[in-house]
Ligand binder design. Structure first.
Ligand code: AMP
Length: 120
């Protein structure tokens, strides 16, 4: 799938729509999810134009990949959810239920998060 620069996270990156920023690094931005599914629910996205986890894994530079992973850890620390634990998740494509076609990682915490997946 080609990257669509009109997706909502691209607009956030361009400053066209606001976000509640949590953290920013050279290659990543973290902000609160607008419709939180847990007490702490933050999205961490690369600044580069990548559609999905798959796209990011294949095309991003090592610097971008390291920066995104470090951003997730830095946000967890900043929001004080390391000691109690947290969950990192990325939905990719149709089966994954991905809604926004700009790669993002969900960071959940602040409460017991329950089962990893609803059983089929
Ligand atoms: P996904 O299903 O993995 O693509 O998740 C997309 C996430 O983006 C959902 O959890 C939405 O609540 C969230 N979201 C959509 N629009 C915005 C926005 N403008 N600001 C923050 N989060 C958003």
């Amino acid at each position: 799938m080609a990257y669509n620069p009109e997706n909502i996270f691209a607009k956030i990156l361009r400053g066209e729509i606001p976000c509640k920023k949590v953290y920013e690094s050279a290659h990543a931005l973290a902000f609160y999810d607008i419709n939180p599914a847990a007490k702490v629910h933050v999205l961490v996205i690369p600044k580069g134009a990548y559609v999905s986890f798959q796209d990011f894994s294949e095309k991003a530079s090592s610097d971008e990949i390291a920066d995104l992973i470090r951003a997730v850890g830095a946000v967890a620390k900043q929001l004080d959810i390391v000691a109690d634990g947290y969950r990192v998740l990325s939905n990719a494509g149709a089966n994954g239920g991905q809604e926004v076609p700009h790669f993002h990682v969900h960071l959940f915490g602040g409460q017991r998060l329950g089962a990893m997946l609803a059983r089929a």
